[in-house]
Design a binder for this molecule. Sequence first.
Ligand code: 3PG
Length: 307
Amino acid sequence: MKKVLVATEKPFSKVAVDGIKKVTDAAGYGLALLEKYTDKKQLLQAVADADALIVRSDKVDAEVIAAAHNLKIVVRAGAGFDNLDLDACSARKIVAMNTPGQNANSVAELVFGLLVYTVRNFFNGTSGTELKDKKLGILAFGNVGRNVARVAKGFGMDVYAYDAYCPASSIEAAGVHAVESQEALFDTCDVVSLHIPATQETIHSINFDLVSRLKKGGILVNTARKEVIDEKELISLLQQRADLKYITDIKPDAHDEFAARFPGRYFATPKKMGAQTAEANTNAGIAAANQIVGYLENGITKFQLNK
Ligand code: 3PG
């Protein structure tokens, strides 16, 4: 019997796990769960006899791959796959996939939860401001960016986007103003929401020069990855510009320093919450399970990352 391991340091909702089990049961596979693990050793042990692995942001590095003697496929139930060592997978001919789009609405909704909380002064009882008529900049117009644009229009925001890999015509077709560079996006907007992946190109790319272009009272929202921020430079900018705010769903390495130095201008969720909804868990988890069955039974490699 083939074994599928779901290894989630941050567990899926029960309804999502039930949905995954339905798919694996129907395929005649066994399902093992490793949730809320605190030590990598637990993952190394659990993965030893797994044929397939479903993870979230859990790190699947060369050591995990080496411990996974039977592994044929790993699926990151989510979008960003910076946690997967694709070379290590390829070296063992293990197929790696993600489930693009499945948790996008969940992340987009959180952006607005964070924004309303911020413009209402963290609900401290004082008068805040509204989002309506403010200029929102979306950096990277992928699945999450597109959902952010849709919700922003409901708030009556004026929406702009930049994406190095998405043609302006496609951005404009979604009813969003396309700008020609990320600098132009920060120059134009009151709020910038980050939706770039963490890659060689983007790591530390959100730096002093870029963020300093935000208008007076500007807000930077990060529901993407902490690695894209140059934390040192952002701290130094927030020090110089007392009007700016940084709101994030991914605690920076320098969280304690941000929190201590910028009270009222900095907020980080205690745990990354963007994709933490029953719907997102179910969509991404079941998609991952179906992709595993599709690959193991029929060789379907749609969404393969390491081609
Ligand atoms: C993603 O890349 O899909 C999101 O960042 C969600 O990550 P998570 O599954 O760790 O919550």
